[in-house]
Design a protein around this ligand. Sequence first.
Ligand code: MEV
Length: 442
Amino acid sequence: MRKPINGFSKLSKLDKIKWITATYFKDADAATQAIKQYWNTDKKLQQLHDEFIENTITNYYLPFGVAPNFLINGKLYTIPMAIEESSVVAAASNAAKFWLDRGGFKTEVISTTKIGQVHFMYHGDYEKLQKFFTSVKPKLIEDTQQITRSMEKRGGGILDIELKNKTKDLKDYYQLHATFETLDAMGANFINSCLEQFAKTFKSEALHCVHFSEAESHIQIVMSILSNYVPNCLVRAEVSCPVEDLNEDTSMSSEDFAQKFVQAIKIAEIEPYRAVTHNKGIMNGIDAVVLATGNDFRAVEAGVHAYAARHGKYSSLSHAEIKNGVFKFWMEIPLALGTVGGLTNLHPLVKVALEMLGQPTAKELMQIVAAAGLAQNFAALRSLTTTGIQEGHMKMHLMNILNQLNATVKEKEKMVAYFKNNTVTHSSVEAALSNLRLLANN
Ligand code: MEV
């Protein structure tokens, strides 16, 4: 067994690489070269990335693409997307173009409230705790003034704090359940700082509460943390058009397409196995924009999937109907996003993404991201219910394989033509390319 290493974080970047390549790689020089080739020659830029996290040894690139022609509430956007999966940006662009000619996306922010909780244990009489909470609540808020002052000036801050009795689910367990408005900031730091101050004040005031017994006065704070479940930070995106305007594909009538599309949604509404993949398609669009704009895609993912299961069964995030000859397709999702603070002030490409979007407020960004998610879902369902998903995927897959095989531009052209009528697999592409090269050499 290998020995653990002590003091790894204190090694220089080069020494870290030296240790890793010597420990894990057959060819240490090749591994070092693979790692170092992604270092940026601009030392300042590299240092910026080095300092985002700990133990950075190199950069991990993702393509940064754009999907133009997104008409959202009458305004045209080009949406930046950071994603590795082929077809996603092309699908978003196609869906954007499709809806551009049909009135575009209509979006609205329904609510913007975020949640944070102080989880604590209290051994005693609930009524006494309630009275204590009511008396101490103004002080809880007062003691956070240092933290909340500038947020309040801009119109945000703490909206409320409630005491929640959770003892039915867990013995002696209670919460301070707080709601926040964090405006253009995602607000994680703001919320967590407020919560930690609530916890401090709450605990110390309890020690001096004359109505508490000795046991009651010793409140045990377990933890203070925001919730990534944000069902009251909700945005809606919608597209609609007369059914007859729906389909460009002559192989199927618009009516049949609309019916099939709605069926596909109904299946995702009742069948969790399908719903997860259906929603994954939505997240293809959402995560890509969330990442490009420097937001926390893990937080968004966790919150969105919890929302998809809010009725006790995992279900589709999007819905569709045909009513009076009109096809309507929509979705409501929770999105806690920021356009100030965090990575938005630091990462040069995030700055580019936000400027491309016209320096949106958090509310605007919620709407843009929701439109990208709905577009992605539309594109996936359109493919799935008509040609099947593989046609588009395979085109990109073919390119990836050809790139792996170092195909030239000319070879790529010939291979694309050849694989219009042949099935793409790694071995079939390999065989066809070596055939082509053989013919070229003879
Ligand atoms: C692939 O990344 C996403 C899809 O599977 C989504 C879907 O099935 O709806 C195509």
